[in-house]
Design a protein around this ligand. Structure first.
Ligand code: GDP
Length: 196
């Protein structure tokens, strides 16, 4: 399906979240992982621009995806990037207090897209997030970004390392630069919409 993207709002607290409607897809990852670039590839420049606007990087930015008859079909929730300098005991220790309630309680949340960099070994913070989602029984997919920087062999090796390190088989290599993997990711997102 072809969608147009409409910015809804930036939320800094649970009471600001939009009224739950259609299935929501959340995007999570460390700063600089390539989240804006991926959003740009999936939902267009508008989404990427809003999400990287200073002041909005600490908020959850919500976007509606509208079909050709302007009907809302999906909502994308872009969550603040978590920092990579500090390793805290729990993600929630550093993350604003509204992120965890969002992930734990948001009833329309259908899929969490967890971005990791395919060029670097599995990171403790990413592992914490995946574990948290597994424990919370949230649907998730790990997306390994910037896959265009890797040769075929490196990609195979790094994917295996990520699967092992993050203890999950649900990993899709993508490149916002070449478009590789974007179709697969869309198929996963569409499946969530179709199931609802
Ligand atoms: P964010 O902080 O997670 O939103 O990350 P950005 O989307 O701003 O990207 C961070 C850096 O990684 C930028 O320099 C991008 O150009 C680069 N980058 C993002 N996606 C890709 C990709 O698919 N391939 C390559 N080669 N570089 C990328």
């Amino acid at each position: 399906m072809r969608y147009t993207t409409q910015f809804l709002l930036s939320a800094m607290a649970p009471e600001q979240f939009p009224a739950p409607s259609v299935p929501e897809i959340a995007f999570l990852g460390r700063s600089n992982v390539g989240k804006s670039s991926l959003l740009n590839a999936l939902a267009g420049e508008k989404a990427a621009k809003v999400s990287s606007t200073p002041g909005r990087t600490r908020a959850i930015n919500f976007f509606a995806l509208l079909d050709e008859s302007e009907r809302r079909r999906l909502v994308f929730a872009d969550l603040p990037g978590y920092g990579y300098a500090k390793i805290s005991k729990s993600i929630s220790a550093e993350w604003p207090k509204f992120i965890e309630p969002y992930l734990a309680e948001r009833e329309v949340l259908g899929l969490c897209v967890c971005l990791v960099d395919s060029n670097i070994p599995p990171q403790p913070r990413d592992k914490q997030l995946v574990e948290w989602l597994q424990h919370a029984e949230r649907e998730y997919v790990v997306v390994a970004t910037k896959a265009d920087r890797l040769s075929g062999n490196e990609r195979t090796r790094n994917m295996a390392a990520l699967k092992k390190g993050l203890e999950t088989d649900a990993i899709v290599p993508v490149s916002a630069k070449t478009g590789a993997g974007i179709k697969e990711l869309w198929a996963r997102i569409e499946a969530v919409r179709a199931e609802s």
